[in-house]
Design a protein around this ligand. Structure first.
Ligand code: DUC
Ligand code: ZN
Ligand code: ZN
Ligand code: ZN
Length: 459
């Protein structure tokens, strides 16, 4: 199977030029002007942009959480991702405390393998670091799982203490991986949740007020300090606020790098959404949405190279599932749906509004995640020999986000009615046209588990 894409404007993290792309099998074979090669499929991309397929390194599909499961399966979630130009996701395996990493991986792969429509990998969330787990880190790296997630919150089910954290960092460094973290101070949050509940303050607003900026700034600084001590590569997931950004900026003065990821919602939505009775439950996620000043700081952080990745933390629930917390904000399943609109939101709100450049758009939506997590140059760029994961994009086409047209398995949209400029037209995954003109051309099982390489921590 071969495909020839003519006259597209190719944008990578560092280039911007018009050329033809010739694909043979799953890979890009040739890039050049006026190629006259015979191909099975011809795509005219005149007037359109071509980006590397998006990589969302933070999603939770079919995840058991807070007494229920996130509502997108690997099939519906990765299909929605493809509709939005994201060709690969990295999900999270959660170790059960007291059990092995191997068993957790088996459990997660049983739900994803043969189901996913787009490509996928996993971070391994280590929730119980002990002498047995330590021995499994090397095996995981050999399986192509080279990133290890930790939670500094959710005590009793997911949280590791600092003793486990430094131990894990030392071992992961030795085996060639990277430690990532949900950086919020779990004990402080638990205190505030209990306090608000004892005062009868039970609405979604108190979810927000139980996780103030300081809880994230403190944990981010602590994580950066432990990374400084152990010299392991480190990455903070879903950074939301100026205080956390300040903590990692400070760490750069030690000539130290802690990678940071923010999510599209923290750049585009703010905490005023919690000021409306139970409706605010739609945006109950952890960490919560912040203030306008934090959005400004995050956009600046992206431009300064302090924030490398824009992900989603896609963790969807239906409105019925959200009712689990109707009488108590601490029982509202945490998370919101975003996997489908990350690229279009970032393009419209970032590029069109003049906040980031086209090259930066590619860097933070695809290339940097590929580099940090051991996928580059197989994924994350448009180059000879790379997987032909491509997003053909109409930069001027306007459209409106709505639950009536989205493909995620949720009955509400967190961005209902948002008018965007710039829309996905055609998507290729490993040389195959998977989305064309709002239609998905592949089914369940089309996605592949991608083994990742060891991580250097330098990009
Ligand atoms: N935050 C969420 O909002 N959902 C899933 C896990 C998390 O940390
Ligand atoms: Zn998290
Ligand atoms: Zn998450
Ligand atoms: Zn324009």
């Amino acid at each position: 199977m071969s495909v020839l894409i003519k006259n597209g404007r190719i944008i990578t993290a560092s280039e911007d030029y018009v050329a033809d792309i010739f694909i043979e099998g799953e890979k890009i074979k040739t890039i050049g002007r006026d190629l006259s090669l015979q191909a099975d499929e011809l795509i005219d991309a005149q007037g359109l942009m071509i980006f590397p397929g998006g990589i969302d390194p933070h999603v939770h599909l079919d995840m058991p959480f807070m007494g229920t499961f996130s509502s997108d399966s690997y099939e519906t979630g990765t299909r929605a991702a493809l509709y939005g130009g994201t060709t690969m996701v990295i999900d999270f395996v959660l170790q059960t405390q007291g059990d092995s990493l191997k068993n957790a991986l088996k459990d997660w792969r049983s739900r994803a393998d043969g189901t996913a429509v787009g490509d996928y990998s996993f971070h391994m969330a280590v929730t119980d670091f002990n002498p047995e787990t330590k021995l499994e880190i090397k095996e995981m790296v050999e399986e192509g799982i080279t990133s290890f997630k930790t939670f500094m919150a959710y005590k009793g089910s997911l949280m590791v203490d600092d003793r486990q954290m430094v131990g894990l960092m030392e071992e992961v460094k030795k085996q060639g991986g990277i430690v990532t973290t949900h950086a919020t101070n779990g004990d402080m949050i638990d205190f505030l949740v209990a306090k608000h509940k004892s005062e009868g303050k039970l609405s979604p607003l108190y979810h927000y007020l139980s996780q103030p900026e300081i809880t994230e700034a403190e944990a981010s600084a602590r994580f950066a300090d432990m990374i400084s001590y152990t010299k392991s590569p480190g990455y903070i997931v879903h950074m939301t606020c100026q205080g956390a950004l300040d903590a990692i900026r400070d760490s750069t003065f030690r000539n130290q790098k802690v990678f940071a990821e923010t999510c599209i919602q923290y750049l585009t939505l703010d905490a005023s959404l919690y000021e409306q009775d139970f409706e605010g439950a739609k945006w109950v996620m952890s960490p919560p949405l912040r203030e306008k000043k934090d959005q400004t700081a995050l956009w600046a952080g992206i431009n300064q190279g302090l924030v490398q990745v824009v992900a989603t933390d896609h963790c969807p629930f239906t409105w019925e599932q959200k009712q689990l917390g109707k009488a108590d904000f601490s029982k509202i399943p945490n998370g919101h749906p975003a996997i489908e609109h990350r690229m279009e939101l970032l393009f419209s709100e970032g590029v069109h509004s003049g906040k980031i450049s086209l090259n930066k758009f590619v860097e933070v939506s695809s290339t940097n995640a590929a580099k940090i997590f051991g996928l580059f140059p197989q994924k994350g760029t448009i180059g000879i020999g790379s997987d032909a994961d491509l997003l053909i994009f109409d930069p001027e086409m306007e459209h409106v986000i709505s639950v009536d047209t989205h493909h995620m398995n949720t009955d509400y949209s967190a961005y209902e009615g948002w008018k965007l400029k710039g829309k996905v037209k055609t998507v290729l995954l490993r040389g195959k046209i998977v989305i064309d003109q709002n239609e998905c051309l592949v089914g369940k099982g089309n996605g592949r588990f991608i083994k990742r390489k060891k991580v250097t921590g330098i990009i």
